[in-house]
Design a protein around this ligand. Structure first.
Ligand code: FCB
Length: 451
């Protein structure tokens, strides 16, 4: 049985707003997701994260369950509005204490904590000051990173500044499908720049508070395939790659923003000030990569469409014979090998950690058992794709399955289940481990892909 490298990190991931609930507990302030989800028509099932899966109250039992299933590393995010209810000011001690206890509990169970500082729940008070399109948010984020790394940096050694800046910038400020629900391209482009800048400035701050820290950023990356070899489709794919991948990778790896994208954005350029690009290019210890699917792109006519709406939707993909998950995303394990090789060859990060990978399926308990063979297949094929990348010399050092639990899937509410553990929302958020949890446990124990 081919094994993964020694010391390969095996984990699972979650994020604060998706699981915690307890939105008014311990002095927590409001986040943009509280505001957004309470606005009519934003969330598919009309739900919100007020209770989510009640992890705020079930924290210790949840960690016990992770330990029972052999999880070695846990990637979770800190809710900024628990630490600074108004985004800035004095630390809210009960908020910090929640994570302090979480970290201690993880260490007691021999589970490595991997902290994500920003997984989309901006304090509403900071959105009221302009949110990510406002350059001041950069320094607010750095102050927040300083406070958290100071409090937890003696025990937490693995840090992720941001989760998927493309998603929170474009879905949040341009498409309007995520919080705060704006539809303004220029705001979105500025948001990407400020997110990257806040990352770059926070990296040395975290390092100064956390000795020998391992610090990175997580991007949602995907290979972009043109539908045909026509020059127009090839160009469209190149642009899409620029928008989703290169816009973030190029500056992080000290190349500045890609020129073709600066040109395409036209008047909507980020406000770059002297020294910004050097800060964004601060060396990182690892690149976090979230992979769910590949994109297939064809050329469309108008300029604006070039920025994102040229990717094929679920219906087209199904007609082309792709198998889709409940999200309508095509299952493309080879795409994971491709993007890993692409990133490795182009940018040579020292280390890549798969910080998320997983799939939503319509799971349902039968006699208290949740059998999810399609998720096991999905995970198996994607782990095989990771192995192929490693064989090709890509330094992949860890893998986090998304997610340990079913949870609040943003605009999809509770209608999409990504967990290795089923959550019965009708029955007090009861946890029922799925077949995939037991399978993943065996993978971790064997350090290899098992049947
Ligand atoms: C990613 C997010 C994560 C989860 C998965 C399905 O984009 O980082 O919170 O919603 O998608």
């Amino acid at each position: 049985m081919p094994r993964f490298p020694k010391n390969f990190v095996w984990g699972t991931a979650t994020s604060a707003y998706q699981i915690e609930g307890g939105i008014a507990e311990g002095g927590r302030g409001a986040s943009i997701w509280d505001t957004f989800s309470h606005r009519a028509g934003t969330i598919l099932d009309g739900s919100n994260g007020d209770i989510a899966i009640d992890h705020y109250n079930l924290r210790d039992e949840d960690i016990d369950l992770m330990a029972e299933f052999g999880i070695k590393a846990y990637r979770f995010s800190i809710a900024w509005p628990r630490i600074f209810p108004q985004g800035v000011g004095n630390i809210n001690d009960p908020g910090m204490a929640f994570y302090d206890k979480l970290v201690d509990k993880l260490l007691e169970k021999d589970i490595q904590p991997w902290v994500t500082l920003y997984h989309w729940d901006l304090p509403q008070a900071l959105e009221d000051r302009g949110g990510w399109p406002n350059r001041d948010t950069v320094l607010y984020f750095v102050a927040y990173a300083e406070a958290v790394s100071k409090a937890l940096g003696d025990r937490v050694k693995h840090w992720i500044t941001h989760n998927e800046p493309w998603v929170f910038s474009y879905l949040g400020y341009y498409m309007g499908t995520h919080a705060p629900g704006e539809q303004d391209l220029w705001a979105a482009v500025r948001a990407t720049h400020h997110a990257l800048l806040s990352h770059g400035i926070a990296v040395p701050v975290i390092r100064s508070n956390s000795v020998a820290a391992n610090v990175g950023i997580t991007l949602n990356l995907a290979p972009i395939y043109p539908m045909t070899d026509s020059p127009a489709d090839v160009m469209a794919a190149r642009h899409h790659d620029g928008w989703l991948n290169r816009w973030f990778l190029d500056p992080l790896f000290r190349r500045g923003y890609p020129e073709d994208m600066m040109h395409l954005f036209g008047q909507y350029k980020p406000g770059i000030e002297d020294g910004d690009m050097a800060k964004i290019g601060t060396p990182i210890d690892f690149l976090g990569l979230n992979y769910y699917s590949a994109h297939y792109v064809r050329a469309v006519s108008s300029d604006e469409n070039m920025l994102g709406f040229s990717a094929l939707g679920p219906e087209d993909l199904e007609n082309f014979g792709f198998e889709l998950t409940e999200m309508g995303w095509p299952i493309v394990p080879d795409g994971m090998t491709d993007i890993l090789i692409q990133v490795h060859e182009e940018y040579e990060p020292k280390s890549i950690i798969i910080t998320e990978n997983g799939a939503a399926f319509a799971d349902a308990p039968v006699n208290n058992i949740v059998d999810d063979p399609r998720r096991v297949d999905y995970l198996r094929h994607h782990l095989e794709a990771v192995r192929v990348a490693i064989k090709n010399g890509v330094p992949v050092d860890g893998y986090f399955a998304w997610s340990f639990f079913d949870n609040f899937e943003w605009a999809e509410g509770y209608t999409k289940r990504f967990g290795l553990v089923y959550v019965d929302y009708e029955d007090d958020n009861k946890r029922i481990p799925k077949t995939s949890a037991a399978w993943y446990n065996r993978v971790i124990e064997a350090n290899a892909i098992v049947d």
